[in-house]
Design a protein around this ligand. Structure first.
Ligand code: PMP
Length: 456
């Protein structure tokens, strides 16, 4: 990559998140200046396909001017006010009513935050507050999963099961347990069907509840589909069995919908696609399509009733329900609704993209476990498909392919050696064809490099 003046200046003063900043100072950064639809443009005139919708968030695509107009009007009218001390404002009132409308039955309240991590932290404190409020204060333990991702705050990073994150700064905090992820490809026994594996994986939750005592467990927390973990989609039997276990032991079931929410899987929310009913679900990203920061915790009626018994919930953020973010989020949700974008993902572009990826990837010998639903998609790079042997130094091979995509003006992401895509929900069939044609050339180059390296 050629270093531009802007890149040099960036590196002089800016520490990047989730980056090796020493390495970055040598390689430089690509400076993105504008965006439109599914494309982003850098300062060297490159037009780049954004196969990741930013960080899985730009659901309505880039460049929708109406959102800017709404933001400007709201800033002129009421740029800021809080919702702490017996006040509210029209933007947050209108957004809350709209969210209750698009949420499944039984979700009539939302609690606002500024991000996905804040939604997760709020949920963690809220479920404990709920149990204390209904007279069961011992129920405090939260159970998550290895390779789950729930954010970067101390709470969110602890709730998540990313070992690399836990390795820095003494995480997880106490009171959090992790069970193994429902990853069929990597963890099933010989001869075990996906359905059998799904039940076995769900039963790991029951085993852990028994181990720590149901009277101590507040909630089980999981992404309907693990996103940053590499688009790990559990078998169909998994979530229904998880729900059964939570009911049996009187434990709250929490879906982290920060990626899956607002249409990614072809339904409004991922738990609708995966077939289960959480008590609470956390959102951010697609709520505003990333145009402004905002998150929301959707709180089911049972939990609301409990909390109402508990007096003041001593928790909240200055920017909770920020008027400008709320106004923009409302317009974003209206666009998703009015333009039937989620319906189109469900009926047209989702099935099309899934089929095309499967057809295209079938030719490759280091690509396996092609999976996806709606407009979230993943596959895994493996050394040997017959034995499912992974490449050594997890992440090295994935990054090598990601870099080829990047050089060819296609943004895809490597989560370890899982390669994932999550384009804007407005992507057309023609744009899917273009994205896949680019990806195909890149994977051909990657396989040739790999053959040379392995002497195959
Ligand atoms: N939960 C999930 C499932 C996520 O994917 C993410 C972000 N990728 C988060 C929480 C954290 O969101 P944020 O980065 O907005 O804090």
């Amino acid at each position: 990559m050629t270093q531009t003046a802007a890149s040099v200046q960036d590196m002089a003063h800016h520490l990047h998140p989730f980056s090796d900043n020493k390495q970055l100072k040598e390689s430089g950064v690509r400076v993105i200046e504008k965006a439109d639809g599914i494309y982003i443009y850098d300062n060297q005139g490159n037009k780049i396909i954004d196969g990741m919708a930013g960080l899985w968030c730009v659901n309505i695509g880039y460049g929708r001017k109406e959102l800017g107009d709404i933001a400007k009007n709201q800033m002129d009218e009421l740029a800021y006010y809080n919702t702490f001390f017996k006040t509210s404002h029209p933007a947050v009132i209108n957004l809350s009513a709209k969210l209750a409308e698009v949420a499944p039955a039984g979700f009539n309240h939302v609690f606002y935050t500024g991000s996905g991590s804040e939604s997760v932290d709020s949920m963690m404190r809220m479920v404990r507050h709920y149990w204390a409020s209904v007279g069961k204060p011992s129920k405090t333990i939260l159970i998550g999963r290895w390779n789950g991702y729930h954010g970067s705050t101390i709470g969110g990073a602890s709730m998540g099961g990313m070992k690399g994150m836990h390795a820095q700064g003494g995480l997880p905090i106490p009171g959090i347990e992790h069970i193994e992820q429902p990853w069929y490809y990597g963890l099933h026994n010989e001869g075990e069907t996906p359905e059998e594996f799904g039940l076995r994986a769900a039963n790991w939750l029951e085993e852990r509840i028994i181990e720590v005592g149901a009277d101590n467990v507040a909630a089980f927390v999981g992404e309907p589909i693990q996103g940053a973990g590499g688009v790990i989609i559990p078998p169909s039997t998994y979530w229904p069995r998880i729900q059964e276990i939570c009911q049996k032991y009187n434990i709250l079931l929490v879906a982290d919908e920060v990626i899956c929410g607002f249409g990614r899987t072809g339904s409004w929310f991922g738990h609708e696609t995966l077939g289960f009913k959480p008590d609470i679900f956390t959102t951010a990203k697609g709520l505003s399509s990333g145009y402004l920061p905002i998150g929301a915790v959707f709180v089911g009626d049972k939990v609301v009733e409990g909390i109402l018994q508990g007096g003041e919930f001593n928790h909240g953020f200055t920017y909770a329900g920020h008027p400008v973010s709320a106004a923009v989020a409302l317009k974003n949700v209206q666009i998703l609704q009015d333009e039937k974008i989620i319906q189109n993902v469900h009926d047209v572009t989702g099935p099309y993209m899934q089929q095309k990826w499967r057809e295209m990837l079938a030719q490759f010998k280091y690509v396996d476990d092609v999976r996806g639903v709606g407009l979230i998609q993943g596959f895994t790079l493996v050394k040997n498909k017959a034995t499912r042997e992974m490449f050594p130094n997890e992440g090295e091979t994935g990054t090598a392919l990601r870099d080829i995509f990047f050089r060819n003006n296609l943004i895809m992401r490597a989560c370890g050696d899982h390669i994932v895509a999550s384009p804007p929900l407005t992507i057309t069939k023609e744009e899917i064809d273009l994205m896949l044609a680019t990806a195909e050339k890149c994977i051909q180059e990657f396989e040739a490099n790999m053959d040379a390296k392995l002497g195959a």
